[in-house]
Design a protein. Structure first.
Length: 90
C-alpha cells in the first residue's frame, strides 16, 4: 500500500468549516510521515481517507488506475496540510 499523508480536523479551523479527516487520521498519518512502523490501524485510516478523496480500490479492472489513486493522494495531502496543523506540531 502506498503511504500518503492524510489529514484531519483541527481546532485551528474556523467554526463551521467541514473537515474531511478525523483527528485519529491526522495523528496516524503524521506518524507515517515521521517514519513510524506500519500498523493495520494506520493502513485502514489511510485507506478510508483515500476512499473519501474518490479512490475505489474495490474496482477490479479500474481503467483509471493509477491516475485515480494519485489524484486521491494529492487530495488527501491537501486536506492534511489544511486540516492537521495541530498534529504536525506534535
Amino acid at each position: 500500500m502506498v503511504s500518503v499523508i492524510t489529514g484531519c480536523a483541527s481546532s485551528d479551523l474556523p467554526t463551521g468549516t467541514q473537515t474531511h479527516l478525523s483527528a485519529a487520521q491526522c495523528r496516524d498519518l503524521t506518524d507515517i510521515r515521521n517514519g513510524a512502523p506500519v500498523t493495520r490501524e494506520r493502513d485502514m485510516g489511510e485507506l478510508a481517507a483515500l476512499e473519501r478523496a474518490g479512490y475505489h480500490p474495490e474496482w477490479s479492472l479500474d481503467p483509471y488506475y493509477p491516475a485515480d489513486l494519485q489524484a486521491a493522494q494529492r487530495q488527501v495531502n491537501i486536506w492534511y496540510q489544511t486540516e492537521c496543523a495541530a498534529a504536525q506540531r506534535g
